[in-house]
Design a protein around this ligand. Sequence first.
Ligand code: KIV
Ligand code: ZN
Length: 392
Amino acid sequence: MTTPSDPNRVIIFDTTLRDGEQSPGISLNKGEKLEIAHQLARLGVDVIEAGFPIASPGDFEAVQAIAREVDGPVIAGLARAQAGDITRAGEAVRDAAKPRIHTFISTSDIHIEHQMRNTRADVLEGAKAAVAHAKSLVDDVEFSPMDATRADPEFTAQVLQIAIDEGATTINVPDTVGYATPDEYAEFLSKLYEYTPALRDVVLSVHCHDDLGLAVPNSLAGLSVGARQVECAVNGIGERAGNTSLEEIIMLLETRRDRLGYTTGAVTTEIARTSRLVSRLTGYAVQPNKAIVGRNAFSHESGIHQDGVLKNRQTFEIMDPASIGIDDAEQLVLGKHSGRAALKDALSKLGYELDGQALRQAFDKFKEVADRKKQVTAMDLEALVTDELRGD
Ligand code: KIV
Ligand code: ZN
């Protein structure tokens, strides 16, 4: 991908379909992954990490379908620093307009000794061969030293130098186990810049996990010392406690642009819809008080707050709910007494124009849902209508 000319433009790399899908119990099929990928493209993310093609034939097919069908973002496939993985990732992303291979190998001694059971010399050799192989398949290669934040910065810098020499265009520094504190992460990245000046010629990326609730602050700390790509997942899903939450980092950069000065290419009004889609297809509910996309994120309980908001929303709201796509449609709730006109109107507010036979079928399904549930929400309506459009 071409590096944005604006020095403050932050590349949003979405890993919902890869690290996000590594959450316990989530397994998305090809159709579901495609649906999410199309929505991520509408949201304006710059890179979609579509999966880990060597992991299973299903994942390979999903990455390939996304590469073929989803326009706009770079489509990345993950690969360990192993020839077979890289070849498979290359095949999966080959048909994308903008393909990327993301390859990784651990640089921490704890991983080298106890997970990979090899040596630092093996890591240097493995990184070199992996990036060279990936580069022979695609121009756009990302390299990650896994568990970097628990690794020796000098050794990690040595590995990064090799990856850059072999043609890596993005260097991603993962806080794999969510252990770093923001000042420590920023210091680690600064050391990498100091030991590897060539890092200034590529995009530095941050990839943070939320084990201590610091994924977003750590990502921000990384930006403050020069990183310009943030890896994140919708609703913060991902391994263990999850990844940097996409909606939180985007709205942080958006809402506090006055202080931080960064820009993104995100269409923020698509955030709520994307969050609902991912929640529905993964089965992972969004906690009510989750920042940005939680049900309560814009509701006011105390009388003083309600009074203030009625007078002027800015009294207790730092973001306009409409800016993330929450509007009247969000609040609408239908029930078993609602008629076809109300359903048509509600669907239209959600962006679906249904008439004739399609509306009649949707209405029949709506009545079935309404019989089971007291209240039919925006998320229920979206599920119903996308099933209808898919012909389920
Ligand atoms: O957390 C991590 O280290 C990863 C790598 C594969 C980038 O997800
Ligand atoms: Zn990760």
